[in-house]
Design a protein around this ligand. Sequence first.
Ligand SMILES: Nc1nc2c(ncn2[C@@H]2O[C@H](COP(=O)(O)OP(=O)(O)O)[C@@H](O)[C@H]2O)c(=O)[nH]1
Ligand SMILES: [Mg+2]
Length: 262
Amino acid sequence: MGLTRYASTKVGMTDIFYVEKTSPKDLVIALAGNPNTGKSTVFNALTGLHQHTGNWPGKTVANARGNYSHRDKNFILVDLPGTYSLLASSVEEQIARDFICFGRPDATVVVADATCLERNLNLILQVIELTDNVVVCVNLIDEAKKKKIEIDILKLQLELGVPVVGTAARSGVGLKDLLDAVYNVSTGKVKTSPKRVLYPEDIESLLEKVIPEIDGYVNNTILARWLALRFIDGDKTIIESIKNYMADFDDTNKEKAGGLIN
Ligand SMILES: Nc1nc2c(ncn2[C@@H]2O[C@H](COP(=O)(O)OP(=O)(O)O)[C@@H](O)[C@H]2O)c(=O)[nH]1
Ligand SMILES: [Mg+2]
């Protein structure tokens, strides 16, 4: 029966992903990015005074959530810890990964630094590997301009297959376009076609064997591929997260998943 219950409601998730909504129609947006890309600046510009901060449950990592409205919708923005990757090698990376993976936000915005885009692409590609609903916010375009760096936003959008918006968040430039892009992706008005990394043949053929083992329990082919990649990678933290966050993943399945890793 897979994870239908989990996927269609948020029942069964532990506190860490609990996002309080004022209406079931509220949309949850995750804000990811490398440290110092302007994530908090974007967060503050969009949510203003409508925010609250604390720690992630059980962790000493800061957690900020806030609300904003755009057109006919209310959005809840969750500021994830700044990370360079989602490979869960630190508690920050694990929170960011698990929120995107198991918290199932309606869209994820990846804030990137226009002055060193290449370094930021690592995280962007990892997020795209995990979910379709991604908007890339290339921030600090004012700084890039000063350094004579020009970003071809449309080309980047074509290459990635998800909407890309250029912003200078500190001065509010491009935020309206960002709001529109987030609205369109999270409401499904715009369908993305993310370009996913294709791995060497030996890995792809392993994936073909592992994915069907997982498919029955994960009602989402992207997630199945991503989980299979983690299993092949030998990532044991993902087993812990599955046990914690996938309510319908019963003991037999957990053992099976554990077996795949060994
Ligand atoms: N010039 C410029 N500075 C920015 C912009 N966005 C953020 N900053 C500055 O970059 C620094 C890091 O921003 P912050 O929002 O704290 O980054 P975070 O670590 O990703 O949350 C701060 O000094 C911001 O004022 C921008 O678009 N242009
Ligand atoms: Mg910050």
